[in-house]
Design a protein. Sequence first.
Length: 179
Amino acid sequence: MTAFDTADPILRRGLRTVDVAVVGAGQSGLAAGQALQHAGLEVLILEAAADVGGSWPSYYDSLTPFSPARFSALPGMRLPGRSNRYPTRDEITDYLRDYAVRFDLPVQIDSRVLDAAWDGQAFHLDLAGGYRLTARGLVAASGASADRMSPTLPVWPSSPEPSCTPPTTAARTSSPGKE
Ligand SMILES: Cc1cc2nc3c(=O)[nH]c(=O)nc-3n(C[C@H](O)[C@H](O)[C@H](O)COP(=O)(O)OP(=O)(O)OC[C@H]3O[C@@H](n4cnc5c(N)ncnc54)[C@H](O)[C@@H]3O)c2cc1C
C-alpha cells in the first residue's frame, strides 16, 4: 500500500470522460487540481509514480525550500509550524500528500500518460495499462525532470532550448558531500 492509497480504483470504476485531465501529481498538478475542483469541474489527476508529491521525495534529504513556509504553501492550506521556518524535504513531501487527502483530490497513481491527442473538441489520452480517457481540457504539470514534450500548435512559437541541463537523478537523490 502506498502513502496515498485512495486513488487506484478511479479508472477501474469505469470513468472514461472528465472535464479536465491533469498530468502529474506534484505541487503544480495538485494545486491545479484543487482549483479546478473548487470551480466545480470534474477532474482526474494522472500520476505515473506510485505516490503523489512529484520530485520532492527524490531530492536529497537535507534540502529545504528557498522560501519560508508562508511563501511555500499551496493555495488553501498552510504548511504546519511557524510561518518563518524552512520546512525539510520530508515535511514538504508529507504536506503534499496531506494536501491531496485534505481536498479529496481524485488522483490516479501508477497511471502514466502515454499520448494525448486533440481532435478539435476534446483531448483523447492513452494511459498505461491500456486505459483511455477523454477530457475537454488538459493541464500539463509533468514537471521539468521528466522528458520534455511540447505541443505542436499552429500559433505556438518554437520552443527555446533549455538554458540549463536538468538535475541528474544522482544530484537529486544525494545530499551535498555524500556522493
Ligand atoms: C535543489 C532544488 C531545490 C528546489 N527548491 C525549491 C523551492 O524552494 N521551492 C519551490 O517551489 N521549488 C523548488 N524546487 C523546484 C521544485 O522541486 C519544482 O519546482 C517542483 O517540484 C515542480 O513541481 P511540478 O509539480 O511542476 O513538477 P514535479 O514535482 O516534477 O512533478 C511532476 C509529476 O509529474 C509526473 N509525470 C511526469 N510525466 C508524467 C506522465 N507522462 N504521466 C503521468 N505523470 C507524469 C511525475 O511522476 C511527477 O510526479 C527545487 C528544485 C531543486 C532541484
